[in-house]
Design a protein around this ligand. Structure first.
Ligand code: PTJ
Length: 245
């Protein structure tokens, strides 16, 4: 039990979630390394949502609301840290959720499927009995996608991803949104909208934004998307990283 008074309470709570998920058997072997890298970047931005991240989130939500078939891709880490919040966002922007694992095993897919179902999301895609296709005809796990989900999606939110999968999805002509604390990652650089923030802060904030943007005219959402320059926003994100006190 972590005392609430601990100065690193929030961060330790997230570590606890990761440890629990690891024990439940659905994390990749290298999940903790990915989490640690995220922690380091989060520390350097003061563990707060920055202005460029907020701007990117507005654009991301606008893009999701404008899409015909938006999909939120989930892996082990994202599920461990924000399963309920991802479900809420999906419902709010009317997006599908698809399990898409870098280190895919049947056991991991089974556990993650049950988790989403137990948490109230019954139509999870990318499961063992789903109809799987291969993007760009690449017959490996990274390119596998549900026929009604990522395979036919126009916009995909891929939080906390590895660069390889983002690259394959991008090459398939999809509009890619990422949440990645590392603004220098391949995923951040190749995405259309890169949100440099912790998934645990970003996803609930995006749900709030969705409630606001849903009341706006379609033209407002289109303008938000068209006026956005991801490269410029990533530069601004990078400037938020502080190496001095
Ligand atoms: O569950 P699987 O099999 O799909 O595997 C998931 C991991 C995350 C292990 C896999 O995709 C991987 O190895 O990813 P990478 O290449 O380590 O990239 C993960 C990125 O997420 C890094 O750039 C981290 O900085 C970033 N990151 C880590 N934790 C968070 C984060 N970004 C946002 N919020 C976090 N909490």
């Amino acid at each position: 039990m972590i005392p609430k008074s601990h100065p690193r309470y929030e961060s330790l709570l997230l570590r606890d979630k990761m440890v629990k998920a690891s024990k439940e058997g659905y994390l990749a072997d290298s999940a903790m390394i990915a989490h640690g890298r995220g922690e380091a970047f989060d520390y350097l931005i003061g563990e707060k949502t920055t202005y460029p991240a907020k701007r990117a989130m507005y654009v991301a939500v606008a893009a999701l609301l404008l899409s015909n078939n938006p999909v939120i891709s989930v892996n082990g880490n994202a599920t461990a840290l924000a399963c309920d919040e991802i479900i809420e966002l999906a419902k709010s922007v009317d997006a599908k959720i698809e399990i898409n694992l870098f280190y895919r095993t049947d056991d991991r897919v089974k556990i993650i499927t049950k988790l989403y179902e137990d948490h109230g999301f019954k139509d999870i895609l990318g499961t063992l009995d789903d109809d799987i296709e291969y993007l760009n005809d690449i017959k490996n796990n990274r390119a596998s996608a549900s026929k009604t989900g990522i395979y036919s999606a126009d916009t995909i939110l891929i939080p906390l991803e590895d660069g390889d999968r983002a690259e394959i999805l991008k090459k398939s002509g999809k509009n890619i949104i990422t949440i990645d604390l590392n603004p220098l990652s391949r995923t951040s650089k190749m995405s259309d909208v890169s949100i440099m923030d912790n998934i645990v802060r970003a996803i609930p904030f995006m749900t709030k934004i969705a409630e606001d943007l849903k009341t706006q005219e379609k033209s407002v959402l289109i303008e938000l998307v068209n006026d956005f320059d991801n490269e410029e926003n990533l530069k601004e994100s990078l400037e938020q990283i502080k190496l001095k006190e």
